[in-house]
Design a binder for this molecule. Structure first.
Ligand code: 13P
Length: 251
């Protein structure tokens, strides 16, 4: 069946020393618990190389938070899929709401980014989710459907071996407000139904759909217990080894 996954998105946190300390703490903490899911961390790009080295003998996998869609060229400040691969990164987060909101990443850019990542054999964690306004106006299913249709639902069925979906309602990110387990399940089941309609159930059943938005050790178990919730994309609580380990132990 599909993988359960707990992925930490560190965002713009942790310098080189803090990255080393947190990874060492996590490596130690994870030796003490039974792990029934894939575990990923996403440090800032400047610390990816050291993160890969520090997780060489660990269950932890390293992903990037972003990449540019072009192969190379005059794109000051950017990093390509090939460069990520070159330092041993195998997964990249794309479409995070912070990238969409603060850096103007729209469906067209994200389509190009996803294509470039897949061409380079990177796994993609594709993020999407509605705003508070969309939720209040009961437009959340339409918004999510168009975010998926405009970017990933036109990909080939075989691409889905390399795609993880992350539903992150914007109103729950960093706010302390979490979607209820029922709200998460309702949306995840809807997302899976879109996959079934487009690709059939054998593809749909193998796609991991993560929930993101104020997941903590105290609410992870209940959220992850829902049938179509296959794990979490964790922001704030991934920055503390004990909290992140607590969430991993929810599986
Ligand atoms: P928080 O867990 O801090 O709400 O962040 C969620 C998120 O944006 C993960 O990508």
């Amino acid at each position: 069946m599909r993988n359960n996954i707990v992925a930490g998105n560190w965002k713009m946190n942790n310098d080189a020393t803090q990255t080393r300390v947190l990874i060492n703490d996590l490596n130690k903490a994870l030796e003490e618990v039974s792990i029934n899911c894939r575990v990923l961390i996403s440090p800032t790009s400047i610390n990816l190389t050291s993160a890969v080295a520090l997780t060489q003998d660990s269950v932890i996998e390293v992903s990037a938070q972003n990449m540019h869609q072009a192969k190379s060229g005059a794109f000051t400040g950017e990093i390509s899929a090939e460069m990520l691969k070159d330092v041993g990164v195998k997964t990249v987060i794309l479409g995070h709401s912070e990238r969409r909101t603060y850096f103007g990443e729209d469906d067209k850019i994200l389509t190009e980014k996803v294509a470039s990542a897949l061409e380079n054999n990177l796994e993609v964690i594709f993020c999407f989710g509605e705003s508070l306004e969309d939720r209040k106006s009961e437009n959340h299913f339409n918004v999510v459907e168009s975010q998926l249709k405009n970017v990933v639902l036109s990909l080939s069925a075989s691409s889905w071996k390399h795609i993880v979906l992350a539903y992150e309602p914007v109103w729950a990110i960093g706010t302390g407000e979490t979607a209820s387990p029922e709200q998460a399940q309702e949306m995840h089941a809807f997302i899976r139904s879109l996959l079934v309609d487009t690709y059939g159930s054998s593809v749909a059943e193998h796609v991991s759909i993560l929930y993101g938005g104020s997941v903590k050790p105290t609410n992870a178990r209940e959220i992850f217990s829902k049938e179509d919730v296959d794990g979490g994309l964790i922001g704030g609580a991934s920055l503390k080894a004990s909290d992140f380990t607590g969430i991993i132990s929810a599986f």
